[in-house]
Design a protein around this ligand. Sequence first.
Ligand code: ATP
Length: 240
Amino acid sequence: MTTMLEARDLSVSYGKLTAVKGVSFAVEEGKIATIIGPNGAGKTTLLKALIGQLPSSGSVVYGGADIGNMEVEARVERGIVLVPETRELFTDLAVSDNLLLGAFTHRRKSAQVKEDTERVYALFPRLKERRAQLAGTLSGGERQMLALGRALMGRPKLLMLDEPSLGLAPLIVREIFRIIAKLGEEGVTMLLVEQNARAALETADYGYVLESGELVHQGIASDLMRDPKVMATYLGKSAG
Ligand code: ATP
């Protein structure tokens, strides 16, 4: 197994408040790692530090190189792509233009762009149907699909997803996670941050539990789902 990303003793602070406290974890190549945790645990903060939007202490090694002090652009150029919780689409542009802009960021050749667009439309037939529609008029689920699709246009080596299930109805959540699992089967390496512990652990290979900025449990995802401590706190009594 090759480690794609390894964070060691990573801490992130907002002034006096330390939101992420010395966490260490790894994402293996071709696998899905998940970090689950409740509201305010520090999940978004952690991803922002990994992409370089927030300064951090400790180290972040990616593809063998320490990227901890690199600018966002340099990390993106190395293939790290973050799909933020807010989904950040160009609401006044059509679905197809949002996808194009995802490719533009990565200076793709037009033949590749065409191929990548077809791949995204194959994964998300709904986006193809709605390719001329303004992104701002999409439903929540469709926006999440578009945010994911746009990230894929950059052919990410490491795809980081911030709570893809946020604000979505259960049926749509299932659809989004089905696609995440499919991408995983195709070999896309992912770091999935989620409050929806059950969906995340069902989809991921390996899991970490973040609580008040600290990692309190870790293990093979299917084992974590059976772990009574994790189950009681995050999955509700009906689990298992
Ligand atoms: P959620 O699921 O609600 O997004 P989260 O696990 O992603 O939660 P973070 O958003 O990373 O949690 O927040 C972690 C802690 O850092 C919280 O206590 C939050 O209030 C604080 N925090 C987040 N952003 C800022 C900021 N810009 N300035 C100060 N404190 C912040």
